[in-house]
Each structure stands twice: as C-alpha cells, then as structure tokens.
Design a protein around this ligand. Structure first.
Ligand SMILES: NC(=O)c1ccc[n+]([C@@H]2O[C@H](COP(=O)([O-])OP(=O)(O)OC[C@H]3O[C@@H](n4cnc5c(N)ncnc54)[C@H](O)[C@@H]3O)[C@@H](O)[C@H]2O)c1
Length: 387
C-alpha cells in the first residue's frame, strides 16, 4: 500500500490499446497519467501532447526517471515479459496487458520477478468484469448448476480483416506475436474458461494456419478439453468467419446455462439429470425444466474498471480482479492447443514449458511473414473490437 493519495501511472506502448488506456484515465479516481512511453517517437509525442504529461521513448528511461509509481504495459506481447521483469525488479507496480507473456516459460520468468508482494502485479483481463460472466461465475460457484459435465464455446466472431493483420509488423507472426487468434483475441476467452471451469488435464486441438488470411499463424482453432472430474469441453474460434457466433453453453447436473447475444438463459432441471436418469420408470422422459432468463446490466467501460481496481489495490490493498500470476493459465492453454495441433497428439497438462519453447523457437526461426500493405488512412480504432 502506498502512503500517497494518488497513483502516478505511466503507460508503455501507445498503439491502438495504449491510446485507449490513456484516454480512459479520466475515468479512474485517485490516479493521474504522469507519463507515456513508446519506442515510436511520433506516437509518444502525440500522446504526451494530448494528455499533457511527460514523455519517454524507452521503458528504461521511464523507469530511471522515477516519474511514476506504476506502469501499464500495452506493447506487443513479447515485451510484456522483458519490460514487466524490468519494471518489477525496479520496484514499480505493474498492470500488464493480456496475454501476460507469449509462452509458459516466459510467464514463469515474469511471475518469478514479482518477489516483493507489496508491489501490485495485475493483468488486463477486463472480461472478468463483464456482468454476463460475473453472473455465470456466481451461478457456478453457488452450485446452482451442480457438477459441470460439458461445455461448448463457439467464439467465431473475432473477425479480423487483412488490413488489421497488416497494421503492425509484429502481428500474426511467430517471431513477433508468437501465435494468432489464440495469443491475441482468445486470451480473454481462455482466461474466462479457466476462471469459470478450472484447468483441463488434457487438450487435443486442431489449428488451421492461415486458413482465411495470408498469415503464418493460426486463424481457426477447434479444441477438445478433458477435465479430471470427467467433464469435457469444446472450444471453436476463428478470425475469418463472418458474421460468426459467440455462444457459451455450460451443461451440468442441474441443467444448461447459455450465454449468447448479451443474455444468459438457465434451463434448470427440476430434478438433477443423473438422479432422473437412475430413478425414472419412463423410457423416453426428460427432467422437467424451468426456463429462467437472468437479467444482466451491460457494463460500458471494463478496461477502466481493471485500472481502477489496480489503483485501489495500490492505495488500499483491495484484492485484485485479475492477479497477473493467473495469466499463466490462458497462455498455457493457448500453447497446449498449438503444441497438440503441430504434433498431432493429445497434450497432458501441465504443459512441458521447455518443449513448447523449443517448438516456438523453431517456428520463429522460419518466420517469414508476408504482409499486404496497410490501407493508407485508417479511421477506425481498437474500441470497435470490444463491441
Ligand atoms: N485488453 C484488451 O482488450 C486488448 C485489446 C487490444 C490489444 N490488447 C493488447 O495490447 C497490446 C498492444 O496491442 P495493440 O493492438 O495496441 O498494438 P499496436 O501495434 O497498435 O501498438 C503497440 C505499440 O507499442 C509500441 N512499442 C513496441 N515495442 C515497444 C517497446 N519496446 N517499448 C515501448 N513501446 C513499444 C509500438 O510502437 C506501438 O505504438 C497487445 O499485447 C494486445 O494483446 C489488449
């Protein structure tokens, strides 16, 4: 906890996401945007001018300046690890964008650098604050659904155009990003998955490389997961399908939860499915159900809630919504899916971090990104991807 009444925050990486974080700082209480930093001088100067704050062109210079108490890292993923370790070792509170690192071994290094537990170390998993998933979490943790037997999550509405992939040299390359949809869009869903259902013990996945785009990484994935308690799950995702679907279905002893189109429906069994199965004298009957539409208030600015929670944790010691150490799970799932697909076999968790790192090294060495030129003028921003 800090003695000061205000946190001086610095944002490192001022691309699509970093600029939104800078803009959102006006929504965060008891914090000020004291400095911004980007390796691209023009981007850094423009952002510093817009927010009247100090400017730096390297994270090292920002750390040496002592102009901030805490940093939000919104650079391409590989730098989350290197800049994150430097920030932690120099005593800063750190909020790191998702994914916390590209691969499990880097996650372990980053998490190990958080030695002083007085420093707050959080991750930007803002979807945990989404009221839909908050409600699902509540229903599961209060036991209303009973033991989970199966889930199915089709998240094929992460559509991205060729212009998107051409908008940053690091994107959709093994060397620059370390993966595709699993490392960029899906970390949110993978995090929610493990937050809601826990970690599986086995993963078998099929990742299609450049199925819809001229990229060297995966843009479509179908994964099958098995859990220790016998539950199973399927996750399907893509950045090439339009209009796409986002439908999460979780089945349990007491019925079925469906999250789709901003709504949660709970088809609740009057009698548990296994109890009914064992006790009914009928051959073709099913348990009667109560159809429940669960009201949810849509929340507008989830990113700033995570920043506010980070600030409150620094000043008051409140618990974090998304501790950074939990970010290893979504990375491990993404890595396991790629590992399974490339080796055409089922992967047992915990994943062998070194073996995966070696695979990624091999892929990175052969990394030959082919980019189409980006459109000259872009009048969109990253916020349209959250809508
Ligand atoms: N939480 C979310 O909803 C969400 C949404 C979009 C992006 N992101 C995450 O934010 C991160 C950035 O994504 P983006 O879309 O903004 O990328 P981007 O390419 O638009 O911006 C990255 C910025 O980082 C700068 N940069 C690169 N290396 C740097 C370094 N070593 N030091 C300082 N600055 C450096 C670049 O110059 C660029 O301005 C990614 O990790 C991504 O996963 C999160």
């Amino acid at each position: 906890m800090m003695k000061n009444s205000k946190v001086r925050l610095g944002i490192i990486g001022l691309g699509g996401m970093g600029k939104i974080h800078a803009h959102n700082m006006k929504l965060v209480q008891r914090a000020e945007l004291a400095a911004v930093c980007d390796a691209d001088k023009n981007a850094a100067d423009a952002c510093a001018k817009a927010h009247s704050c100090a400017v730096y062109y390297s994270a090292g210079d920002l750390f040496d300046s002592r102009a901030v108490d805490a940093v939000l890292i919104a650079t391409p993923h590989y730098f989350h690890t290197t800049i994150g370790i430097e920030a932690l070792s120099k005593g800063y509170h750190v909020l790191v964008e998702k994914p916390i690192s590209v691969h499990k071994a880097d996650c372990e290094r980053l998490i190990a650098a958080h030695r002083d537990k007085k420093q707050v170390f959080a991750a930007m998993f803002q979807m945990r604050q989404e009221p839909l998933y908050q409600k699902v979490k509540q229903i599961l943790s209060e036991g209303h659904l009973g033991k989970i037997s199966r889930f199915n999550w089709v998240i094929t509405d992460w559509f991205r155009s060729d212009t998107y992939y051409a908008s940053g040299g690091w994107r959709a390359t093994w060397k620059g990003e370390g993966g595709g949809v699993l490392l960029n869009q899906c970390p949110h869903n993978l995090d929610l998955l493990q937050w809601l259902c826990g970690m599986p013990e086995k993963v078998r996945a099929f990742c299609k490389i450049g199925k819809y785009h001229n990229i060297e990484v995966e843009d479509e994935v179908t994964a099958y997961l098995e859990f220790k308690n016998g539950a199973t799950g399927v996750l399907v995702t893509s950045t090439g399908e339009a209009p796409g679907t986002n439908r999460l279905e979780i089945c349990g002893e007491m019925g079925k939860l469906t999250v789709e189109n901003g709504k949660i429906r709970f088809a609740r069994n009057e009698i548990g499915q296994s109890t009914f199965c064992k006790t009914t004298p009928a051959r073709f009957a099913k348990p009667p159900i109560w159809d429940i539409d669960i009201p949810v208030v849509i929340q507008q600015n989830l990113h700033s809630e995570i920043v506010q929670n980070f600030v409150d944790a620094i000043l008051d010691g409140v618990p974090l919504i998304a501790p950074a150490k939990e970010g290893i799970h979504s990375v491990e799932l993404a890595n396991a899916m790629l590992f399974s697909s490339m080796n055409e076999k089922t992967v047992k968790l915990p994943l062998d971090a070194k073996a995966y790192w070696k695979l990624l090294q091999r892929l990175s060495k052969k990394s030959r990104p082919v980019k189409k030129p980006a459109a000259k003028k872009r009048n969109d921003d990253v916020s349209s991807s959250f809508k």
